[in-house]
Design a protein around this ligand. Sequence first.
Ligand code: FPP
Length: 259
Amino acid sequence: MNNKIANLTQAVQLNEQDLLASIDRQKLPGHIAIIMDGNGRWALKRGLPRSLGHLAGMESLKDIVNICCDLKIKVLTVYGFSTENWKRPQQEINYLMNLTVEYLNKEINELCEKGVKVNSIGILKELPQSVQDIIANSVERSCNNSGLIFNLALNYGGRVEITDAVRAIAAAVEMGCLKASQVDIQTITDHLYTAGQPDPDLLIRTAGDCRISNFLLWQLAYSEIWFTNVLWPDFRRQHLLSALVDYQRRERRFGGLQK
Ligand code: FPP
């Protein structure tokens, strides 16, 4: 990362060691999902182009992947580009696409060393060829890894995902492979991009907005949600640890009663 941005990144005040000590390793979430919001505002606050906010956000992503590996989290899903983000100026879209290529090119060796299994969720075929190629390459190179499953949500939308699942199920019914009466919650779960993975236990959204923006609509049914005002480029492992401390204080009832 260029030094200018490193110097601008807000110093994190939280004490990592204290936070680590207060975390119960037996009660960590299996799956963490993150809406990495606030790159643009981070840049605007500093009089910089939005692209530099995204570049700074890449550094946060690296730090968060590392801490997830250290904590042996099973699945991390990050919202890199939504089906609605095509509404942004073409220049910004191009920048985000190139950044994804740069990120995977630079990081894939280290990700593999850490045992990370790269996966993508979203409609890949609509992305530029360079992005499709680097994703295919990263998925292939990391497919035998058994550590963190790292889902990059690119051209991802929850409604499109559910629509795709319904279409595939309807086709199976039409072909006589399945009866309509056999379609249940598990059938739908099995047709999502995240088939075979646990639902997120914890959703984090940075930058202050309290909405889920078409992210993992089905999978978030019982996730704990943690919102923070911290902008994504300022978000570091200490913030994630704070979210985990808070998560562990919550009682999850899944519609049942207090134990
Ligand atoms: C939201 O901030 C962020 C994005 C749309 C892109 C996320 C991308 C990164 C964190 C870069 C690294 C990611 C990959 C996949 C390499 P915003 O632009 O909506 O911010 P704003 O709400 O302040 O305008």
